[in-house]
Design a protein around this ligand. Structure first.
Ligand SMILES: Cc1ncc(COP(=O)(O)O)c(C=O)c1O
Length: 430
């Protein structure tokens, strides 16, 4: 390119694009710009922070929504000089915006976002563990996490034990000199079994170099703040309540430990497990309504749990808010709400239980949870299909168990749907 033309190109590239069709532009720029409040965690409640945590005006148009930085790489202003972003496998502004919103609800400085909940758990394990280390896992946990240990990490000589994490003494007895991590899930998928986060954090910290990580996907930090309860790491599948609309797959990790954050960043960059910009942007819109959605999920699930429990064709309901739930006191101690998830068994065999799911018209048979739509699954054939029938039976994950993620539809309409499904399977007189 000719030198003058090249200089012109460079000047063009460096200047902001001219605003179009805006005759008021000079008048606008003359006016005093309103001060932008960039909220600080100390000054605002989580419900405010999730909406305003990224409150910086995008400098080309002042768009109210944080922009999607859909880019692989970033221009160096001169060799080695960047604005802090080098390559989107390491960091991206839109991913960062979601990370700030998640950090706000976790009540910590930094959260990191991942391509999926499983990418978050995998990155955590690869960041913390080496061959010969031992991990304590709950006996009831999401099938994908047990598959990660059984079929992947076990091949790298990572040792693990499945323990009843509701029993703190059993966890203590399972600790070994090489235990590095206690990884719990509470409430556990799918039976809603709880683990005492504070008691297990105290146990982990009574030993040298054991960390406690909690998969808090079912509740989110707004209903159970695991870092406040003493856990070292809070993990979320953001696919669920954070996004809330079944639009994305994602995961997050949060911790107060700055050294661990740097280690996780390094391993995430190395593995390439970072969340994608567009998915982060979608989840960033979802998280703004998280407090409002959670309040509705809790109210609707509570109403439906009571209705199911009183139904003559329902044998058992697992919901921490019910008086019949054996760990209700623990839920009241460590949770700020009982959540939107429940499980139940019909007073029927597996075949009729599956026919009941098929007969539903509004509640939708689909994997995943935590969205505005009510989703229903049979864990034995879906999330926990990798476990043997004997193991499932021992853990209470019976073949007829039904898991329900209560959405935001009117409970009256959901109950009418259940009633018509009962009528289809058992006859109108039920
Ligand atoms: C409790 C729990 N943890 C982790 C995961 C994995 O998350 P993702 O599907 O986003 O990888 C799931 C998925 O259903 C889950 O239910």
């Amino acid at each position: 390119m000719h030198c003058a033309a090249e200089a012109h190109m460079v000047a063009l590239l460096k200047s902001d694009p001219a605003p179009q069709n805006n005759s008021d532009i000079s008048a606008n720029t003359m006016r005093l710009r309103k001060e932008v409040i960039v909220p600080d965690q100390k000054d605002f409640q989580p419900s405010t922070l999730v909406i305003h945590s990224n409150r910086v005006y995008e400098n080309q148009s002042n768009s109210i929504l944080f922009p999607i930085h859909q880019t692989a790489t970033y221009i160096h202003e001169s060799v080695g000089v960047t604005k802090g972003y080098g390559y989107s496998r390491g960091a991206n502004p839109t991913v960062n915006a979601l990370e700030q919103a998640i950090a706000a609800v976790e009540g910590t400085e930094t959260a990191l976002c991942f391509r999926s909940g499983m990418a978050a758990i995998s990155t955590l394990c690869l960041a913390l563990l080496k061959a010969g280390d031992h991990v304590v896992l709950p006996d009831v946990l999401y099938g994908g996490t047990s598959r990660l240990f059984h079929q992947v990490l076990g091949n790298f000589r990572i040792e693990y034990s499945f323990v009843d994490t509701a029993d703190v003494d059993a966890v203590e007895q399972s600790l070994q000199p090489n235990t590095r991590l206690i990884f719990i899930e509470t409430p556990a998928n799918p039976t809603m079994k709880l683990a005492d986060v504070k008691a297990l954090a105290d146990l982990a910290h009574s030993r040298e170099s054991i960390l406690l990580a909690v998969d808090n996907t079912f509740l989110t930090p707004l209903l159970q703040n695991c870092l406040d309860l003493g856990a070292d790491i809070s993990m979320l599948s953001t696919t669920k309540y954070i996004d809330g609309h079944n639009a994305t797959i994602g995961g997050s990790l949060a911790t107060h430990n700055a050294t661990l954050v740097e280690r996780l960043r390094l391993v995430r960059k190395t593995l390439g497990t970072i969340q994608a910009p567009f998915d982060s942007w979608l989840a960033l819109q979802g998280i703004k309504t998280l407090p409002a959605r959670l309040a509705m999920h809790c109210a609707h699930a509570g109403e439906i749990a009571v209705w199911l429990e009183n139904h003559p064709k329902v044998a058992r309901v697992y919901y921490p808010g019910l008086d019949s739930f054996p760990q209700k006191a623990l839920a009241e101690k460590q949770q700020k709400g009982f959540g939107g998830m429940l499980a139940f068994e019909l007073d029927a065999d597996t075949e009729d239980s599956l026919r009941f799911i098929d007969a539903l018209k509004l509640a939708t048979c689909a994997e995943s949870l935590g969205s505005v739509e009510t989703l229903i699954t049979n864990p034995a054939t879906a999330s926990h299909c990798d476990l043997t029938p004997e193991v499932r039976a021992r853990l209470g994950i019976t073949d007829r168990l039904i898991r329900l993620s209560v959405g935001l539809e009117a409970p009256k309409d959901l109950i009418a749907d259940f009633e018509q499904a009962f009528a289809v399977v058992f006859g109108v007189e039920v």
